[in-house]
Design a protein around this ligand. Structure first.
Ligand code: OOB
Length: 558
């Protein structure tokens, strides 16, 4: 297939290289360098299991050996749907070692999302847990495979844990094959002996190649894929690490889903590993689990979404945890109420950092030495001096600082086009390459941005993004529903919750029934509306679009 992936121009690329942003090093090589530089230091901790940099490097080789034995190589896409565990990191670097491309799925994704990702990415394999959160991912993979049919791209399913009765599901353990160069011995092995790759560090990948595919929050049908290159994503992590002053003493606790861009590279897992620090994986986001790990491992940095903040504060003040090592807590993904921002620092004895980022690229951080008012009342400023920001009115004209407008951005780590989405790319970017974020912001003279709203048709439920259109289309497949609009309304706990306004000939289904229907359709659970409200008809704007503002307002004044 000929691909016309939109990317940076030669001039821009040269500029980003000259500035030192793009360093021309792939992730496979970065890990090798890490092992050479601080091989004996602890890189990764998951429960009782620990990997030094040297271990992680050797493990990446083993995983790569097994994946190569399956025929996976440079440029191949592999959907990785793993919960917070060391295996995510091992698989990720194993793929990087081959120049293959992980697609970051979320643990909550179901048949619709995973099937879509496999199709759009043309994925050759999926890596899943056996079971997670009382859900059997092998069952999900059987369904996805059946849907793909014999002509589909999917050739392998790798299962971390028990592969179950399907004899063609590959157990992750059997995948770990020592490369022939290392010892001449193979760890396990019914699998064919691996061929040595063209380059043992990264499968011969070019730093300008796509290194991973992230998921967009989405405003259209199903999630779009965001191509991130080695050069751009390494810079994303490094620039964030610099702002956060990471070094070899950093101990980062991954609380949010590890495949989430925030957790993985802002600075997160990658930023910490690139600084020679230690990553600790939290199996769940509860403050009890988090604080236990802070005490045990001396965690210095972590990141949360706003709905977790009150729980973490309550636990910190009501029990006697020793949180002395914890220096910085980042909060992002959705708007953090200013009041919570002010209380969080004193409650945990930490410096708070607000993070306004997007999988598409641009990351804004408040600085560790910013005055309290900027930390608590803004969502930070761009991490790179070469991030270009425009705040524009509805005609696309720049507005003065202090005035609200849509945020447009381009720069050294912001995409120029979604993956295989030419049609969508025509409207998602300006002709000169700015990404239209759909966020409404005010810029202060300091460069800090305040997120004041959104023009994209998306609901942000405590950091989890829901594309209204996607859910509306699914709601219409319910036999009782003839018209539907999904609207976000303010919510104490989530910041925003989703309300489905439905038109029905008879009685409307309950929220429970709707949730069951959407689950049946294969949709991730967080997309089910929190409430279902029956209306006689959907109000329209002057131009004939559904008037969501009116629906939301009517909801506030019952
Ligand atoms: C992060 O990434 P995504 O791709 O899940 O969502 C991006 C969108 C932004 O366009 C904005 O609408 C919203 O999430 N958002 C915020 C926010 N952080 C993200 N809205 C208000 N305040 C904030 N602090 O959510 C993401 C990626 C990397 C780092 C952090 C968050």
């Amino acid at each position: 297939m000929t691909e016309t992936q939109k990317t940076w121009s030669e001039t821009e690329s040269a500029r980003y290289r000259a500035a030192g942003h793009w360093q021309g090093v792939t992730f496979g090589t970065l890990l090798r360098q890490g092992a050479a530089g601080h091989g004996g230091r602890v890189a990764l901790i998951d429960g009782e299991r620990r990997w030094t940099y040297a271990d992680l490097d050797a493990e990446a080789d083993r995983v790569a050996g097994g994946l190569r034995g399956l025929g996976i190589g440079r440029g191949d896409r592999v959907v990785v749907q793993l919960p917070n565990s060391a295996e995510f990191v091992l698989v990720w670097f194993g793929l990087q070692r081959l120049g293959a491309v992980p697609v970051h799925a979320m643990p909550g994704h179901r048949r619709r999302e995973i099937g879509h990702l496999v199709r759009v990415a043309g994925a050759v394999a999926c890596v899943v847990p056996d079971r997670h959160a009382r859900f059997d991912h092998r069952e999900l993979m059987r369904e996805v495979r059946a849907e793909q049919g014999p002509g589909g791209s999917l050739r392998h399913v790798v299962v971390v844990g028990d592969p179950g009765p399907d004899d063609d599901f590959v157990p992750f353990e059997a995948l770990r094959v020592d490369p022939p160069s290392a010892s001449g011995l193979t760890a396990t092995d019914s699998l064919p002996a691996p061929d040595p790759g063209p380059d043992p560090d990264d499968g011969g990948a070019d730093p300008a190649d796509v290194a991973l595919l992230l998921l967009s929050g989405g405003t259209t049908g199903l999630p779009k894929l965001i191509p991130r290159t080695h050069d751009d994503y390494a810079y994303n992590a490094r620039a964030c690490a610099q702002v956060c002053a990471l070094d070899a003493r950093t101990v980062y606790l991954a609380v949010l889903p590890i495949g989430f861009n925030f957790t993985f590279a802002c600075p997160g897992v990658l930023g910490t590993l690139m600084a020679g620090g230690t990553v600790v994986v939290a199996p769940d986001p509860s403050p009890q689990t988090g604080f236990t790990l802070v005490e045990r491992e001396g965690v210095t940095l972590t990141s949360l979404t706003p709905p977790l903040v009150p729980h973490w504060m309550d636990e910190a003040v009501s029990s006697s945890w020793d949180l002395g090592s914890l220096a910085v807590v980042q909060v992002g993904g959705a708007r953090l109420p200013e009041d919570h921002a002010r209380k969080l620092g004193p409650a945990l004895g930490v410096t708070v950092q607000q993070v306004f980022g997007m999988a598409e690229g641009l990351i804004n951080l408040t600085r560790l030495d910013d005055p309290e008012d900027l930390v608590c009342a803004t969502q930070g400023r761009p991490v790179s001096p070469d991030d270009e920001i425009l705040v524009v009115d509805t005609d696309g004209r720049p507005v003065p600082d202090g005035t609200a407008g849509e945020l447009l951005t381009r720069g050294p780590y912001t995409l120029r086009g979604y993956y295989r989405a030419e049609e969508h790319n025509r409207t998602a970017f300006t002709p000169d390459g700015y990404y239209r974020s759909g966020d409404v912001v005010r810029r202060l003279p300091t460069g800090h941005l305040v997120v004041v709203g959104r023009i994209k048709d998306q609901i942000n439920r405590g950091g989890e993004k829901i594309a209204a259109v996607e859910v509306e289309e699914e709601l219409l497949t319910h036999p009782a529903i003839t018209a539907a609009a999904l609207v976000g309304v303010p919510d104490e706990r989530w910041g925003e919750r989703s309300v489905a306004f439905v038109v029905c000939a008879g009685a409307a289904p309950s929220a429970r029934e709707v949730a069951a229907h959407l689950r049946e359709r294969g949709l991730a659970g967080h997309k089910a509306p929190d409430e279902v409200v029956q209306v006689p008809g959907l109000p329209l704007t002057a131009v004939g679009k559904v008037d969501k503002a009116a629906l939301a307002q009517g909801f506030l004044r019952p």
